[in-house]
Ligand binder design. Structure first.
Ligand code: GLA
Length: 730
């Protein structure tokens, strides 16, 4: 195929999607990767240095990409480098820094060639090879594009053939450039029970770093997800926005730097803090992927891109089903026995959910797990609480016709445990310093293959005790203090990377043997929510904070990056809202309960049972539908969010009173989004408390009306939570 008389390599897609072609007498190359809406354009200069020249809406004619070129006035010609090497001409934050085998700290990377493979109708993989002209040092940049979802995953591979080890001082996954007049960063901070607290700020000259050095439970203070709006803060439906996340469950670092030409450089990867990595000749160092999407139609579209991508390509069983459950954590804490658990199995059945989830406290004998000071590491059933073992509970579950799942925290150890006494060298702690605990526990050195075997066997042994085990809740409650692994001796700088790689190795082994058993990713709440881990998990626990009013905000923020099907939401006794409000909030994801069922009043019980049935009717729309944030809890007295089925025949709209002051409520209609304007919908309130009359009167409305004029969900102090179902009226 020819374009402007220049040869073009045929693309991965039926629609032209990505190709490379020679452009000028200076032997420039333009390489571009197109998705349904967007394009990422890379270009070499006359000296074969590769730059990011464009990331944004794709052009009508691909010929335009070669006309982009670099901005004049760049002293180095590499402010927009596609992978900025340190120590040669670079003046800005590098993506990669290296100490060569001869002790030299400079790196230059020149374009060698590139290759584009079509992996499926939707997915293409672009590889771009770079090499240092002075050293036997090579980098391959990988760009995996998801055409329909408008998502790119980007990572790099580093290899050298020098005479001896080199030291990688920095090794980013992605180095991108955005071009705007101003940049607005929305990022998150938090702590236990305060996950996903947003902050939006205009970026000023200099570098803003988002990072974690916590090792495990790495997102406790800051998750790796963020978004950047160009020119002005994007809204749900307007504005240019870039959303990104590092697929890594350990220390991360994202630098956002405004360069001297007012472009925004984004460099994201594993945090190089305390981690200069020694790389042997021919050993390949692969970074985790950085995933991102861009939309010029606001944050709503960007988040739906990520949801689609996650469900189809990343989250384990993203298009599958999920189990509703009854959990015993907040109803019993550590205080239970076989009899109590068997009663809970009956409650599970009575409630109508799929499964009973046994939480913390079932293990440890010499050091029984009766509170959080002892027992972690000793994964044998506590004989006092469970004289007949898990097998007996599992058997009763079968008799009662419910599934059975169990909590573990296999990466951890309490000093009060047999494991700690037996394997002190497996424990992360400094040889010459006092131990320092987080929740009275320490972390095992998962970089150690013996520890990996141990953790794998903890899981495997559970399936030996109960071959029908239906679910695992995998917790991780501590950060890493006093980072030191006995096994690493005088090379501790691999410590943090080895840990996460070790964790993934174990998860891969588990998934090989148990490919589809649902697992919840929990970390003292949402301390470990990232796409690196979520490829092995079906869902995550957003926060131990289950106060429904708080959860509206927390779930709202997660929803910018993660689909509802992955959000495990439990009804608990937290918060002051009515019971129905709590159940409604938990329905916006994967529904579970963690309350004392046998203490529920008659009406509450009836409501719960019918709510579970209602949820079963609507869950597919919540899990697989397109999510629209209609009214923000930050700006409105009433928050609204809707899920619309892909074929636009059904939608579920959730509405909550946020402001409890006198006479507050929904005063105006809320406009729906994502419906079919030419269809009509039967609109009715669902999930009513027994005896309550609907606040919203049933009626048929045109999709056009619902999206242009909207409906008032009639939320007020007496109806603080209203769920509305919309079904195509035929
Ligand atoms: C963490 C989890 C909770 C619960 C406890 C058990 O805090 O987030 O849901 O499992 O551990 O100790």
């Amino acid at each position: 195929m020819k374009l402007n008389n220049r040869p073009i390599v045929k693309t991965a897609f039926t629609v032209l999607a990505a190709y490379m072609y020679s452009t000028s007498a200076h032997a420039q190359h333009t390489i571009y990767l197109e998705t349904a809406q967007n394009a990422l354009v890379l270009q070499t200069d006359s000296a074969h240095h590769l730059n990011n020249v464009y990331l944004g809406r794709r052009l009508n004619s691909a010929a335009g990409y070669e006309q982009i070129g670099l901005q004049p006035g760049d002293y180095t010609g590499m402010y927009n480098s596609a992978y900025t090497p340190a120590g040669s001409r670079n003046l800005l934050e590098p993506a990669i820094a290296v100490t060569h085998a001869d002790g030299n700290n400079s790196l230059d990377l020149k374009y060698v060639n590139s290759d584009l493979k079509k992996l499926s109708d939707d997915i293409s993989l672009l590889e771009v090879h770079l090499k240092d002209p002075a050293y036997e040092f090579e980098v391959t940049l990988f760009y995996k594009s998801y055409y329909r979802e408008d998502v790119i995953e980007q990572w790099s591979q580093i290899v050298h053939h020098e005479k001896g080890q080199i030291i990688l001082q920095k090794y980013a996954s992605a180095n991108l450039s955005l071009k705007g007049n101003s940049y607005w960063l929305k990022h998150y901070h938090g702590d236990w029970a305060h996950e996903m607290q947003p902050q939006e700020t205009r970026l000023t000259a200099g570098i803003k770093t988002l990072d974690s050095k916590l090792g495990t439970r790495a997102n406790l203070f800051m998750p790796s997800v963020f978004m950047v709006s160009l020119d002005r803060p994007a809204t749900e439906d307007e504005g240019q926005v870039f959303c990104g996340a590092l697929e890594w469950s350990g220390n991360f670092r994202s630098d956002l730097e405004i360069d001297p030409q007012n472009n925004l450089r984004i460099i994201s990867g594993i945090n190089n803090y305390a981690s200069p990595y020694r790389l042997k000749p021919s050993e390949v160092f692969e970074t985790p992927a950085f995933v991102y999407t861009y939309s010029d139609h606001g944050i709503g579209a960007a988040s739906r891109n990520l949801h689609d991508w996650a469900r189809k390509h990343k989250l384990l069983d993203g298009q599958g089903s999920r189990l509703t459950l009854l959990n015993n954590w907040e109803s019993t804490y550590f205080d239970f026995n076989e009899e109590k658990l068997k009663a809970l199995l009956k409650d599970t059945k009575k409630l109508g959910v799929d499964m009973f989830l046994l939480d913390d406290g079932w293990f440890g004998n010499k050091f029984p797990r009766n509170d959080d000071h002892a027992g972690l590491g000793d994964w044998q059933e506590n004989r006092k609480k469970l004289p007949n073992g898990i097998a007996s509970i599992a058997k009763s579950a079968q008799t009662d016709g419910v599934k059975f799942g169990i909590w573990i925290e296999p990466e951890m150890v309490n000093p009060k445990s047999d494991l700690y006494a037996k394997h002190p060298d497996w424990v992360i702690k400094q040889p010459h310093r006092d131990e320092f605990y987080f929740r009275n526990q320490l972390v095992l050195d998962l970089g150690n293959p013996e520890v990996q075997d141990f953790v794998y066997q903890v899981v495997d042994s559970l399936f030996i005790k109960d071959p029908n085990l239906a679910y695992l809740k995998w917790d991780c409650n501590a950060v890493i203090y006093n980072a030191y692994a006995v096994r690493l001796k005088n090379n501790q700088s691999q410590f943090y990377i080895d840990y996460v790689r070790g964790l993934y190795k174990v998860l891969q082994r588990i998934r090989k043997k148990y490919p589809s058993v649902p697992m919840m990713l929990c970390s003292g709440g949402g301390g470990r929510v990232d796409y690196g881990a979520l490829q092995y998990f079906t869902e995550y626990w957003p926060s131990d904070n289950t106060d429904p009013l708080e959860r509206i905000f927390i779930q709202w923020e997660y929803s910018f990056f993660y689909p509802a099907i992955a959000s495990a939401n439990h009804v608990t006794d937290w918060g002051k809202q009515p019971f129905k409000f709590r159940v409604d909030v938990a329905m916006m994801g994967k529904l579970g309960f963690d309350i004392v069922i046998n203490k529920l009043g008659d009406q509450d019980m009836k409501f719960c049972q019918s709510a579970v049935q209602t949820y079963n009717q609507i869950k597919q729309v919540i899990w697989q539908g397109d999510q629209y944030r209609l009214a923000s809890p930050y700006d409105n007295n009433v928050a609204s969010i809707a899920y619309v089925s892909p074929d636009k025949t059904r939608a579920i709209m959730f509405n909550y009173l946020i402001n409890y002051r006198y006479d507050e409520g929904s005063k105006r209609p809320v406009k729906l989004k994502g419906l079919d304007g030419s269809k009509s919908y039967l609109v009715k309130e669902i999930n009513l408390y027994p005896g309550a009359s609907p606040s919203y009167m049933q009626g048929i409305y045109a999709g056009d009306f619902l999206m242009k004029i909207g409906i008032n969900p009639q939320v007020d102090n007496n109806h603080s939570s209203v769920i509305i179902e919309l079904d195509e009226a035929r």
